[in-house]
Each structure stands twice: as C-alpha cells, then as structure tokens.
Design a protein. Sequence first.
Length: 108
Amino acid sequence: MKIICYELSMPGRNTWNGAWSGDGRLFAIIRRYKSQKAEKRARSILERSAYSYSWTDGWRARVTVRQVNFADARRLRRESKGFCGYDWMVDSIESDQKIIAPHEREEG
C-alpha cells in the first residue's frame, strides 16, 4: 500500500501585498492506494513532485506530492486545515495526471 500526501500552496498571488491568507498553515489531503492498480497510479503520480494550476487573474496554485508512512499520515491529517475547497485538484491529478478545473472539463 502507498500513502500520498498532497499539499496545497499558492505561490502565485495577485494581491496588493503579495500575501495569501493561508500562508504558514498546512493544507493537506492524505490518500491511500491499496490495490495493485491503485498503487500503479500512485507511482505514476509520484513521478512528479508538484502539479500547478493557474487562473486567468494571476493566481497560481501548487500541489506538491510525496509518499508518507502511517505515522506521518496520521500527524498530517491532524495538523491539516483542510484543502480550501480545492479537493478537485487532487481528484484531477489522480484521474488525469494534471490539474484540470471542473469548468474546463465541462467545456470538453
């Protein structure tokens, strides 16, 4: 079984002061991959250390990925402040190996 930690950051910030209200906080999702097929997908995801998504308004998100053990996964779940409503990014990484926004998916 593989356990992956997905961590969200916002390195591209189009704000007056260049700050993000989430700076300094941990935003993480932990996913477990149990079956052979799921482990293969996890290995493929881990081939890259980070995935990015840019909005047209100048903001850019980064989702870093890394394999963790059970103890780290438990600690990270406890410390995480959620994923700011961007869970769809992790779902997209899992299904597409890149981040595709829901509205882009609907367009085709």
